[in-house]
Structure formats: C-alpha cells, structure tokens
Write a protein that binds this ligand. Sequence first.
Ligand code: HEC
Length: 240
Amino acid sequence: MFSFLARARNRIAFAAAILVAASVPAHAQLTEETAKQAAQELRLLVTEGTGVIGDLQPAINGGKTTKDQVSPDALVGQFKARYQKAAGAPLDVKAPGVVGDARRAYLQSFTSVVTRFQGILAKGGQDAFVPAFFRAQVLKEFNQLMQGRIQGYATNRDNELINGDWAVQKVMKGSPLAPEVQGLMAKGGLDPIVKRSGNAVMGYYPMKLAPACVACHAQNGLKQTVGAFGGALVAEIPVK
Ligand code: HEC
C-alpha cells in the first residue's frame, strides 16, 4: 500500500520534472539567424496589423464605420488577408519556435485591442483611433506575452512627436538599444537595418511618410514632408 503511494508520488514528480525540462528549450536563447527571422516576422505582423486600422482611417475619421465592419471577427479576417497577401502564404499560427510564438502573441494582442476599443471604432470621429495609437496598444500586450524573448517598439524623433508617450526614451526605457535607435532616427535614413548589437539582434525599420500621414499629422501641428522619415518600428531579440 505504502509502496504503491510512494511509486505514484514518484511518477508524479517524474512527470513534473519532464514538463519543466520540456519548457526549458523554448526559452533558451536564440541563434542570431533565428532572431533575424523573428525580427522580420515581427515587422510583417505589425505592418499588416496596423495597416488594417490604416485602411479604416477615412471611415473612422468621417464617423462612417459600421458595427459589422469593425467587429473583432471582421478585423481579424482583414488582418489575415493582408498578411497572406504580403507574405505569399497564409498566417500559420501553429508554426514551431519563436516565429510561431510571435504569431500567436500578435494575433491575441490584436484581437484583444480591437475588442477593447469596439465602442470607439464603431462611433469613429476625427483622430478617434489612429494607427499609431492602435500599434502602441497592441505592442504593449505583445511585449507582455513574449516576456522579453522579442520586444517591439514604435517611436519617432523627440521634436516630431504628437504624443510624448511614444518618445524613444520612454518606449525603450531600459533597453541597451535605445541610444543606437536614437542615433539612427536622427540621421533619418529610410533603409531597414537588421543586425547584431551586443547581446541582441536589432531590427530597425524606418517608416516613410505617405500623403495621408503628413496631412493628418499637420492637423496635429506637425510639419513633415511626404517621402521623408516618419518614425521607426524596432524589434529587439536577445541572442546567444
Ligand atoms: C488620421 C490621422 C493620422 C494618420 C492618417 C496617421 N497618423 Fe500618425 N499619428 C496621429 C496621431 C493623432 C498620433 C498620436 C497618437 C497617440 O496619441 O497615441 C500619431 C502618432 C504617430 C507616431 C508615433 C509618434 C508620435 O508622433 O506620437 C508615428 C511614428 C506615426 N504617427 C506615423 C505615421 C505614419 C508613418 C502614418 C502614415 C502611414 C501615419 N502616422 C498616419 C495621426 C495620424
């Protein structure tokens, strides 16, 4: 009787040890190559996800959205369609490794934010729900879910901020990449940079200003030029 219980306890302890061991490799540090792929994936997810809210800007700003059009199901569908078009393959959320984890975390964050802001999306109004605000909310949840394995930030130069909350010193607080990103933004180059920097891979993706960006920002008191640098998306991924 006692030996049966002892054996059962042993088995439980053994099973628990296997579970712990199985979860370790998933959090082991990534190779540089895998981290670079993950940075590109984050860029794709964030660009296409934010594009869904970008596409809706005329309807949102004109207060002309319908409830069906902005339902979480409809917007998730738009996101998947945009992703498939850009990637040339459907969004595979069952993919293994950090890329699969990033897809699941992004989809969950996207869904959560469009659900939370349903009222505002359906009501609309000028600047009621701009892409940058949406992106910041999604990245905040995404970063929490990824627990430091990938971090994503969207920011701009200090003298061109509409919302001071998105200053590089604030969104990248504590990140060793912050000074480098600040320097790159000051130069204002438009080419993406994906490289190792210290113990991390940095994906630096500048945004180019389109006429609609400049027109709306001008209403918020910002003087910018079409085709010029208009902020950056940054991915930070710790590596071996
Ligand atoms: C309908 C208006 C509107 C459009 C269109 C728009 N923006 Fe913005 N943008 C804003 C507002 C308002 C903010 C401040 C957001 C906040 O308060 O969180 C902002 C913020 C930003 C930020 C974050 C830094 C900051 O200034 O706070 C970036 C980067 C940015 N926009 C880039 C772009 C780019 C690039 C485009 C075009 C592809 C674009 N925006 C289109 C209104 C707009």
